[in-house]
Design a protein around this ligand. Structure first.
Ligand SMILES: O=C(O)CCC(=O)C(=O)O
Length: 260
């Protein structure tokens, strides 16, 4: 176990990403798919690739999922024992019309000081090249840091922007993640994903975790303390919302503390 963990850490350091299968159990993965369907019904004004962090504020299941100890165990070796969730975003590509994510580096978009942060990408469905899995340029997190990005509204795409210069696409590697598994990636890694033109959905939840020493430098949706201690004067963390039947997505354990 320790050896496998060390392998992931080494891959992350060298390549800027790693894949870890079997992190959450099938029942929770099923609940996650149900949650995507619930959000899709509740938010007809949004594409399911755009279920953003601000929706988490009054969503006990979402917070329950993001604070699952198995996910925090994945990030703790990289960012230490005091962990907060900075952002969460479902990029759920529907069959046939799922939009691509153009080449980018996450660090370009984030108001964090310092840029100490790690992403977990959690698969709700098996994520493969067929249904628009993530693609990465291994090692691109090293050397040059943030590349120039530019707006792109010419073609449908999730971020409406991309890296402005040529990306070394011949070096791209597909990140295949089974449902319930995760990939992790560095904020400077060049990555993206193609459109989903297959008959299968490709649900994924991208989660950004910071050590509580990292300061969020703009006001936005709140961060959540997931493990350990807050640093006085650095970020504020709200109380958890209470579960209300009929208003919230029901889930195993919603009728017990900390949700009631
Ligand atoms: O879900 C995708 O296709 C892309 C995910 C991504 O860009 C990210 O998690 O930073």
């Amino acid at each position: 176990m320790q050896e496998v963990r060390q392998q992931h850490e080494q891959q992350y350091e060298e390549n800027g990403y790693a894949i870890i299968p079997d992190v959450i159990d099938p029942a929770l993965t099923e609940e996650m798919r149900g949650h995507i369907a619930w959000l899709t019904e509740r938010h007809p004004e949004l594409r399911p690739e755009q279920f953003h962090h601000r929706l988490i504020v009054d969503d006990p299941f979402w917070i329950r999922l993001c604070t699952d100890p198995r996910l925090i165990d994945v990030v703790e070796p990289f960012i230490g024992p005091d962990v907060a969730l900075f952002a969460a975003h479902y990029i759920a590509k529907p069959p046939r019309i799922g939009q691509p994510v153009l080449w980018h580096q996450d660090g370009h978009y984030w108001p964090l000081e310092p840029m100490e942060v790690i992403t977990i990408w959690l698969a709700a469905d098996d994520s493969t090249p067929e249904n628009g899995s993530m693609r990465v340029i291994p090692g691109s997190h090293k050397g040059q840091r943030i590349r120039e990005h530019a707006s792109n509204t010419r073609e449908p795409n999730v971020l409406r922007s991309e890296i402005a210069s040529t990306v070394e696409e011949n070096d791209a590697v597909d990140v295949v993640v089974p449902a319930g598994g995760v990939s992790i990636h560095d904020p400077f890694l060049v990555h993206g994903s193609l459109a989903n033109t297959s008959d299968k959905p490709r649900g994924g939840l991208t989660l950004r975790y910071i050590p509580t020493t990292t300061r969020i430098t703009c006001d936005g949706a709140p961060a959540y303390l997931c493990r350990g201690n807050a640093v006085p004067g650095v970020n504020t963390y709200p109380a958890l919302p209470r579960y209300r039947a009929g208003e919230h997505y029901p889930f195993a354990g919603c009728d017990a503390p900390p949700w009631v």
